[in-house]
Design a binder for this molecule. Sequence first.
Ligand SMILES: C[S@@+](CC[C@H](N)C(=O)[O-])C[C@H]1O[C@@H](n2cnc3c(N)ncnc32)[C@H](O)[C@@H]1O
Length: 419
Amino acid sequence: MAEDPQIEITQIDVDVDVQEILLAASQHDNAKLRQLIRTQSALPDAANVKDPETGYTPLHAAISACEPDTDEQANGAANGDSKPAIDAELLQSGVNTVKFLLQEGAIWNDLDNNNETPGCLARRIGAQELYELIVDAGVRAEMLLNRLDAYEPLSDSEGEGEAETEGQKAEAEGETDAAPELVDATEQAAGTTSETLANPDVSQSGYLQSSLNITQDRILDDDQNGVMMGWEREIMRRSAEKLLPREGLKVLNVGHGMGIVDGFLQEHRPAVHHIVEAHADVVAEMKRNGWDSKPGVVIHEGRWQDILPGLVSEGLQFDAIYYDTFAESYKDFKEFFEEQVIGLLEQEGKWGFFNGMGADRQISYDVYQKVAEMDLFEAGFDVDWEDIPVPKLEGEWKGVRRAYWVVDNYRLPLCRFMD
Ligand SMILES: C[S@@+](CC[C@H](N)C(=O)[O-])C[C@H]1O[C@@H](n2cnc3c(N)ncnc32)[C@H](O)[C@@H]1O
């Protein structure tokens, strides 16, 4: 049967359009890009086209064009520079094009065939200014997704006569005009949305039903997801030290895991030490290890969502609170500090959390640090961050389903009420 010439021509047109857009992006030719994206191209999402061979989007192409050539790289390495400098003029034109593409709805975390987002690429070639533009775009995108997530969808009858927000309208109509970089990137992009950020493969109910494999140096669920691992010991030690600067304080820990942080908290001799733990296997192990008879320790068996409101209504308050759970979303975490910490922390108290959000990719880690900081600020908390170098963990992941940590520095948060 003869092929339909009309279809063939259309496909060729599309391919040409894609290549033209990618070329204009790589040449930082904003005038041409504007023309192609806004008027000429028939493609529905022209700012997010992809090269079939490399997986490059226009953002990848614009950033990649700033990469110094191989000779310069060799010179840079010979001079002992880890990364060769990028020509200032080229970098500036790259900045202009990246800004333009983001305004036109380019997705901040789309992956190329090398498993890199545009931000990963910018970081690898040492284009810090471009990296920061993408981080900021990521923060805006995630903040808006989190906000939209917080809306209860209106049923047909409920919403009649009421105005929709720009965001709701755009989402309903699949438009990107209101906040162009916030097209729903979740299916094709790296990292995650707030729903799945912490443990993309695991739901809380699935986790709580799974039987755990608890050993000396790790806890795995029955899908080999790492629940807690011994390499986090130094992070736990330092967290406990910052939370309990002297003896005789009252502390609440949410999530016992291997008991590492609780062990360090005990070393600071708290007067009161409450522990909330949801998984039956962990609770059984805690009791086997004698936690129920340690000084000042009160164990609450259950999810913090069910336990903490009771403590608030009893009027309990703590000098220090630590939060490190598993299979919970950013939304859960936000609810924890917005609704529970506010009621449970003494006015002069301090609280911290295991800061592992987005830690399987540097750019996601940077984006989520900023998102958390903004939400914490809005809830009335100041945060101090301390960098702790994380040793190379290659050997650690044997037998673990997914390496949930790849970044070089752990950023340890210490939060308190704003003055
Ligand atoms: C990463 S481990 C905590 C590790 C701990 N910081 C340590 O030093 O060993 C997470 C723990 O939180 C518990 N958990 C998960 N969701 C919870 C929830 N909603 N409420 C209370 N505990 C929870 C898990 O069962 C697990 O024991």
